[in-house]
Design a protein around this ligand. Sequence first.
Ligand code: NAP
Length: 241
Amino acid sequence: MSAPLSKPLVGQVALVTGASRGIGRAIARRLGRLGAAVSLCARQRTPLEEARKEMEAEGIASLAVVADVSRSQDVDRLVQTTRHELGEIDILVNNAGVGWFGPVQHATEEDWDRVLETNLKAPFLLLRAVAPAMMERRSGHIIQIASLAAKNSFAGGALYCASKWGLLGMTQSAAEDLRSFGIRASVVCPGSVLTEFSPHAGKNPDKMLRPDDVAHAVEMIVLQPPRSFISEVLLRPTEKP
Ligand SMILES: NC(=O)c1ccc[n+]([C@@H]2O[C@H](COP(=O)([O-])OP(=O)(O)OC[C@H]3O[C@@H](n4cnc5c(N)ncnc54)[C@H](OP(=O)(O)O)[C@@H]3O)[C@@H](O)[C@H]2O)c1
């Protein structure tokens, strides 16, 4: 029996990292409203549990797993728990991310490790954990939330740009490894989004993107027909903020 039109993702399982607030929470909610069962993760338990309860109140099947995705043991536990509780993963959204902004010469090795391990190593660990089962089933979406900082360089952005340019390059290569198995690995590159991520000094918040705008791009990717592959989305606010 096919899924109802209003809930085209019924029967599918999505895993969204960094889903306790901001963009990840909006993506998780959107995929849940489309019918998917959703596994949410973040490091802090309380906001994560609040996000899960919000979804539960809407009747969305969901699971909250406290995990630091930069640690391979946490990633393995996250993926195993999701499979055990909800089923095999159809949609992976690597959204968890952190920033460090300032002159590169002021950054410490710890700053570098934190940004690169969260924004680049974690998506690799998660991709590696879910891809083999997707290959067996010959379907799956792996969606990386990068940034327009994956395309542009700017003063103070060295660590963040390195992580997001790296994520773009890793994903484009991975997409070539995986596409013949029916798996689509894609990248969404948003401009400034109104969240707690960074102060966005000097920008007009009224003109900035909202988390739901990024969720809309993810919806577009997961609802495309199997033969088509939106590999990259550049998402800008209509007016410069
Ligand atoms: N906001 C923007 O302007 C913007 C623009 C383009 C791209 N992006 C990208 O979009 C993504 C989400 O950004 P956002 O604005 O929604 O940020 P946010 O409001 O700061 O939310 C980040 C989320 O990631 C989680 N997280 C951070 N490190 C984690 C880790 N090691 N393990 C597990 N979860 C972790 C956070 O929860 P815990 O702290 O509890 O772990 C939180 O749920 C990031 O990748 C960011 O680079 C943001």
